[in-house]
Design a binder for this molecule. Structure first.
Ligand code: DDH
Length: 287
């Protein structure tokens, strides 16, 4: 007797690659958006979805996509990430089988690879949670603070000093917006291409306080067109962090290798993958 059970759609690598391709092909659809790409804000969405993890209570992290809901969507650190969530909504409509949690991380992976960063291996399997799983405010770093705060925040996620510095290299990408964080400007001259320029600029430029009415931030003395946050500058002020800044400034391959490893760790914090979960590297569209 034949089973009347409906066939459950079990997505495979090709299905996730199709989602990847959809995102990759739309990254530059709106040339008026920032520097012409949604890539940076998608990386930031994936990071803020993941960086709420608490290694002691095992709460937060990318499993859940709870930033869909208030209060988490209204946390100050998440200001502006609606642009990224809205960008991904039509992708979710087109591929309804993917969870928001998997989609947001896949978008981060896609953005990093398409902005010429390293391969970032991906595992699917995150499940969306409801509003009750929203994390409390204050789990993401405060840009106005220094090394002690960075250690408190990132040790809570389970990272060490080397990993803190490797993660920060993401600030080669994107910019600050006065209507989001209050800060202003990009960190590098090529904010839609991932390189180790963030570290090189940190070490090689002369940085001075920007004279303006906004929050305290640095500008480069030469062009006054680049910026650093107090939390960025902590990486060269702290002796232990500085050693890693020097290594990554001198060696882009080392940065790419360490960045890929630490981003995979970040994107998988607290995700209970079944043991037989495959790990994939997506094929690039913009190769
Ligand atoms: Fe960041 N980040 N970030 N950041 N971040 C901002 C933008 C972007 C801090 C503060 C800010 C990471 C770490 C830190 C990206 C990725 C990552 C902005 C500006 C602030 C402020 C937001 C706005 O106005 O739109 C602080 C503080 C830290 C820290 O203390 C370490 C990490 C670990 C990542 C990562 O991806 C691994 C990206 C990308 C952006 C650019 C977003 C955009 O829209 O452009």
């Amino acid at each position: 007797q034949g089973s009347a059970l409906p066939k459950v759609f079990k997505p495979k690598f090709e299905d996730y690659q199709a989602v990847y391709n959809e995102i990759a092909n739309r990254l530059e659809e709106n040339e008026d958006y920032d520097d012409g790409s949604y890539g940076p804000v998608l990386v930031r969405l994936a990071w803020h979805a993941s960086g709420t993890y608490d290694v002691n209570t095992k709460t937060g992290g990318s499993n859940g996509a709870t930033m869909r809901f208030s209060p988490e969507s209204d946390h100050g650190a998440n200001a502006g990430l609606k642009a990224a969530r809205d960008f991904l909504e039509p992708v979710k409509q087109k591929f309804p089988w993917i969870t928001y949690s998997d989609l947001w991380i896949l978008a981060g992976v896609c953005a990093i690879q398409e902005m010429l960063g390293p391969d970032v291996p991906y595992r699917p399997g995150r499940q969306d949670k409801d509003v009750s799983a929203c994390t409390p405010d204050g789990r993401l770093p405060d840009a106005a603070q220094g090394q002690d705060h960075l250690r408190n925040i990132f040790y809570r996620m389970g990272f060490n000093d080397q990993e803190i510095v490797a993660l920060a290299g993401a600030h080669a990408l994107g910019r600050c917006h006065t209507d989001r964080s209050g800060y202003s400007g990009p960190w590098t001259f090529s904010p839609t291409v991932l390189t180790n320029d963030y570290y090189r600029l940190l070490l090689e430029e002369k940085w001075q306080w920007k004279k303006w009415n906004g929050p305290k931030q640095y500008e480069d003395k030469k062009t006054k067109s680049l910026m650093m946050l107090p939390a960025d500058m902590a990486l060269v002020e702290d002796k232990k962090f500085r050693e890693w800044v020097k290594k990554y400034a001198a060696d882009n391959d080392l940065f790419f290798k360490d960045f890929s490893n630490v981003v995979v760790k970040l994107f998988e914090l607290g995700v209970p993958f079944p043991e037989d979960t495959p790990q994939w590297v997506f094929k690039r569209v913009n190769a």
